[in-house]
Design a binder for this molecule. Structure first.
Ligand code: NOJ
Ligand code: CA
Length: 702
């Protein structure tokens, strides 16, 4: 269905320009309204079941050095379209995704300059997306931005689940407050970040931003398909509740370099009066481009263990091989240096992990600290920070390749760049070739610290292009990528499904620094995970880190909540992060991690309230097996788990991993009970979750 309206310049055109263009969602619940104001500025607004979601909000740009590109427009043309299709995911929470939307395309021309941009709106039953498109035009070939003008005028003092804007990190604890309280809380929230931080000059927060209105509307603001453009933060006027785009600048303050013939990312507003619909939304992936990789057979959801957590426990194991300094990567002969004796990535230790992985049915072992360069990785003066092709003397690449292959295990490569990005790009192709020749097909990349030598920001356009380039180049080598400290995801994994996961939020490593608050994992699905899967690295069974000697931190969950995270934190890449010795002490509970799938045919959001609880059921892809995870915040609760998603007329065996009667994240995290019972689609389970606790269930057909 396509309706095109060419507006004739003159009186008729002016009249039509002033008339609102309406776009209504397929189910009729959402209505978007677009028009030009008296000063001929493009504005939009959005309602849901008659309630205001976004009041009249401006659109456009401020162009450098000082041109207004947001008013004085005329509408040249509008076009309406509708589409209802389905597509198959390479991996995902569902094997089939429906994309049912209506579209409004508006072509605009600025009257005083003749400059043009178009706006494409797409409305779905669960929200609105829009993007700007810059047609190729004689008067304007390329330009740079002072800001994007896009506004989100909220209708009230909503409850917000937010982290402070920051051009370089998103590894914050999430704060829950009214919008009006953000000014008094933001400094505290900022100071609490550990990683590289560069707080923004404005009162601003990051996306995905989750909001809840007093009258029960759930609103999520984010973006989709971030390509060749900086990530968007949101400025806040805490009195009027006006939020507006705040693009990440480059090192000179430029907020984006545009060449006409391009499009911006989509701005997304997901809305419902039921929090579960936010988690079930496919709007962001639907706004991303279809898969660009032709043969995807090599892309495999992966469950892994690794030489990793021991670096955080305080037990003494290190990434580095020696205490010697003054090392020049590529020149220093490590075999001549004295090892300090507690290097984690040594051949025999890695073999222990390979044995454990093989014995318990895992796919892969991550090994960090295998390569030259970890001795003084904060010495920013170095031209080459690490070698990505030279292993430490005690890590026998060939032997481990053969050993892992003989056991059917893959080794996951690690490329920590400490943000020496030019250096990484210089080595990248050699590094990927090195991997392929030695049987590696996945890499965990890392961007700890400031970007050297350019002082760009992690979330700026230059780095966005870098992350995307790494994933594109990796695809040519059939390599999957799990990026840490990169810009938060925007659904790009649809286009490049080899981008198997990202970190880009506070993950389990923080349990070993200063702990993670109990509500954190109930908010992440509504914020960070809206853009894509997270390598959260759950599965810590020994939550008292003082057992290792030097760390007083306590994991902020019960053991069972760690199990439930395999379901509530969606990812096709899941780590069993604890030391394997801790799993050997609890093999009964470990069975859930062994059994749990990492790829799904269907997902059922059973219960959800941001900040309080999340209960999700999923059907394993291609198997008649279901897994359920339920988590709660610092309050204990009873989860009501309705199994009506199970196919009718059959009996099933459920294994329930529950918090014990005396379980509590703080004082008694390891108290758990495992029970079995027969269930059917008529069963409704009432499961008690401890404070900071959870429930995990596996279901098989009898
Ligand atoms: C930070 C990452 O998030 C963590 O997983 C990794 O171990 C360290 N950087 C070292 O690369
Ligand atoms: Ca990190």
């Amino acid at each position: 269905m396509r309706r095109k309206v060419l507006l004739i310049i003159g009186l008729f055109g002016i009249v039509l320009s002033a008339i609102a263009q309406k776009l209504t969602s397929p189910d009729g619940n959402l209505t978007m309204d677009f028009h030009l104001t008296a000063d001929k500025s493009p504005v939009y607004s959005l309602t849901y079941k008659g309630k205001t979601v976004i009041k009249e909000s401006r659109m456009g740009f401020l162009v450098r050095p000082s041109y207004d590109f947001s008013s004085n427009f005329r509408i040249v043309e509008t076009e309406e379209d509708a589409s209802d299709t389905t597509w198959n995911t390479v991996w995902g929470q569902n094997s089939v995704v429906r994309d049912n939307h209506k579209e409004l395309f508006v072509a605009l021309e600025q009257e005083n300059t003749g400059w043009k941009f178009n706006i494409r709106f797409r409305i779905f039953d669960d929200g609105l997306g829009f993007r700007y498109e810059f047609p190729v035009q004689k008067e304007l070939r390329h330009f740079s931005l002072n800001e994007e003008v896009t506004e989100f005028q909220l209708a009230g003092d909503y409850k917000a689940f937010w982290i402070p804007a920051d051009y370089d990190t998103n590894e914050f604890q999430i704060t829950t407050s009214k919008l009006s309280e953000i000014p008094s809380l933001i400094d505290e929230a900022r100071n609490e970040a550990l990683a590289c931080k560069s707080s923004t000059p404005n009162l601003a927060v990051q996306t995905p931003l989750m909001l809840k209105s007093d009258d029960g509307l759930y609103i999520n603001i984010h973006e989709a398909a971030l390509v060749n453009y900086p990530a968007m933060h949101l400025n806040l006027d805490a009195e009027t509740f006006l939020m507006s785009a705040h693009l990440t600048p480059d090192k000179n303050g430029v907020k984006g370099y545009i060449q006409t013939g391009s499009v911006t990312p989509w701005r997304t507003i997901i809305v419902s009066d039921d929090a579960r619909d936010i988690l079930a939304s496919n709007l962001i992936i639907n706004l991303n481009e279809p898969c660009k990789i032709e043969d995807t057979s090599w892309i495999k959801p992966t469950k892994y263990v690794g030489v990793w957590w021991e670096y955080f426990t305080g037990g003494g194991s290190t990434w580095s091989y020696t205490d010697c300094q003054d090392i020049v990567i590529g020149k220093t002969d490590y075999t001549k240096l004295k090892p300090h004796g507690h290097h984690g990535a040594n051949t025999s230790h890695v073999k222990e992990y390979i044995d454990f992985a093989a014995k318990h049915g895992f796919d892969a072992v991550l090994v960090e600290g295998w390569n030259e360069g970890w001795e003084d990785n904060y010495a920013y003066a170095k031209e080459y920070m690490y070698s990505f092709t030279k292993a430490y003397p005690d890590f026998d690449v060939k032997e481990l390749q053969n050993y892992a292959a003989s056991k059917g295990i893959k080794i996951i490569m690690h490329h920590e760049t400490t943000s020496s990005v030019i250096d990484y790009e210089r080595q990248m192709h050699d590094a990927f070739r090195f991997m392929k020749e030695r049987g590696y097909d996945a890499v965990k990349t890392g961007y700890v610290g400031p970007i050297i030598p350019r002082s760009e920001h992690h979330d700026g356009q230059w780095m966005v292009n870098h992350y995307n380039r790494v994933v594109e180049e990796a695809a040519k080598y059939k390599i999957m990528v799990n990026s840490h400290e990169a810009v938060r995801p925007t659904g790009m994994y649809r286009t490049y499904p080899n981008w198997i996961a990202q970190e880009s939020a506070r993950g389990t490593e923080f349990e070993s620094f200063n702990g993670i608050r109990q509500d954190h994992q109930t908010i992440l699905p509504f914020t960070r995970l809206m853009g894509g899967p997270m390598d959260y690295t759950p599965g810590i069974f020994e939550g008292d880190l003082s057992v290792y000697g030097n760390n007083k931190a306590k994991v902020g969950t019960t053991l069972v909540k760690q199990l439930a995270l395999y379901i509530t934190m969606y990812s096709p890449l899941q780590m069993a992060a604890d030391l394997y010795q801790n799993y050997e002490k609890h093999l009964d509970a470990f069975q859930f991690i062994k059994d749990v799938a990492v790829d799904w045919d269907n997902t059922y959001i059973l219960e959800a309230e941001p900040g309080d609880y999340v209960t999700i059921a999923r059907k394993a892809r291609g198997k008649n097996e279901w897994f359920i995870g339920g988590i709660t915040d610092e309050n204990s609760r009873v989860a009501i788990i309705n199994l009506d998603f199970l196919p009718k007329g059959k009996k099933y065996q459920a294994t329930i991993y529950a918090d014990g009667k005396k379980a509590d994240w703080k004082d008694n995290p390891k108290d758990y009970i495992i029970s079995n019972r027969k269930v059917s689609c008529k069963t409704v389970l009432k499961q008690k979750l401890a404070a900071g606790g959870g429930v995990a269930i596996s279901i098989k057909e009898l």
